[in-house]
Ligand binder design. Structure first.
Ligand code: AHM
Ligand code: MG
Length: 337
């Protein structure tokens, strides 16, 4: 049986990319190496004293776990040494990290990332992930990266992807020519093409939302949930509720099976919880490339939102096209209440 590794695939597809000079190839390849290193640590996390809280809070006041810090360090190192990336915006760093040194300053790309998403699930052996978005810088090559390089609409992404550290480890990415998934074969240490040209079903029967926040949901979201739970055989309702609490894992399941993930505004998070730059935008790029839809629930496409700040939060409605459109309709009928 012939196996196509991630690196072979990236090189094969290099000519698809409008600026193909091997730069993006090297960048993606460095991300995949860091992913393997993080995967190794995730897998042995229960065995060594790496679990538990590191005692420092990130800028959003959430307590960082040790693996968050470890993953952040690994990806920063890999991106810096790729020589293609001049700076990183990470969930774990308040400001951008602009790489010093002539080689890095000559990099044409910046990366926004959540190095370890779903961190509340780390110490219970539940799937977690890494999410990344790659942009071409707008500041001049040869200089330090600037914040403006990262504050671009999601529609400007040149590539985006995620790694899911689950029952198996996968990397899924797009460069705007469809979505492909690679499963890590631990026996050879390579990501191998396992999910070619992923297309998300236009409709599905799964809805994913933290229903613990129900009382404070906008009326339109409450009504949509009631719709999901009502019996109606022609539309396959009631739907099934599935919520892991790791965006990557919830998204990945719904991408393959068909479903909708919603993180609306709540009392605790009045503008939504998930971060535009490194959680919503990359997932929105991927779902659109797979034939699905991503919006803020108020008919604004996620990829069209112009970011004002690095850690901006937005509501997220994402998944199968028909389901997202239907949920938007429920929200539109009730306004923002
Ligand atoms: P994190 O980046 O601190 O891990 O938070 C993001 C996570 C997402 O993975 C997940 O979809 C969401 O937070 C779950 O939030 P909640 O626990 O409020 O349902
Ligand atoms: Mg995180």
């Amino acid at each position: 049986m012939s196996v196509i590794t991630l690196n072979e695939f990236i090189i094969e597809r290099q000519s698809d990319f409008p600026y193909a000079k091997g730069e993006l190839t090297r960048l993606l390849s460095h991300i995949s190496i860091a992913a393997k290193i993080v995967n190794r640590e995730v897998n042995k996390a229960g065995l060594v004293d790496i679990l538990g809280e590191s005692g420092v809070s990130n800028i959003q006041g959430e307590v960082q776990k040790k693996l968050d810090v470890y993953a952040n360090d690994q990806f920063l190192m890999a991106l810096k040494s790729s020589a293609e990336c001049c700076g990183v915006a990470s969930e774990e760093n308040e400001d951008i990290v602009a790489f010093e040194g002539e080689i890095a300053r000559n990099g044409k790309y910046v990366v926004a990332m959540d190095p370890l998403d779903g961190s509340s699930n780390i110490d219970t052996n539940v799937s977690i992930g890494t999410i990344f978005a790659i942009y071409r810088r707008i500041s001049p090559v040869g200089h330090l990266a600037t914040r403006a390089d990262f504050l671009q609409e999601g529609a400007k992404q040149v590539a985006a992807g995620y790694i899911i550290y689950g029952s198996s480890t996968m990397m899924v990415y797009t460069t705007g020519r469809g979505v492909n998934g690679f499963t890590l074969d631990p026996s050879i240490g390579e990501f191998c093409l396992s999910h070619k040209n992923i297309e998300s079903p236009t409709s599905g029967t799964i809805y994913s939302i933290n229903e613990g926040n129900y009382i404070k949901f906008p009326t339109g979201v409450k009504n949509y949930l009631k719709y999901c739970q009502e019996k109606d055989e022609p539309t396959n309702r009631p739907y099934t509720s599935r919520y892991i609490g790791s965006l990557v894992a919830d998204f990945h399941r719904n991408l393959l099976k068909g479903g909708i993930f919603i993180y609306p505004i709540t009392e605790q998070n009045p503008t939504g919880k998930l971060r535009l730059l490194y959680e919503c935008n990359p997932m929105a790029f991927i779902i659109e490339q797979a034939g699905g839809k991503a919006s803020d629930g108020y008919e604004t496409r996620i990829l069209d939102i112009h970011p004002d700040s690095l850690h901006q939060r937005v509501p997220l409605f994402i998944g199968s096209w028909n389901m997202v459109e239907n949920a938007e309709r429920f929200v539109a009928e009730n306004g923002n209440t």
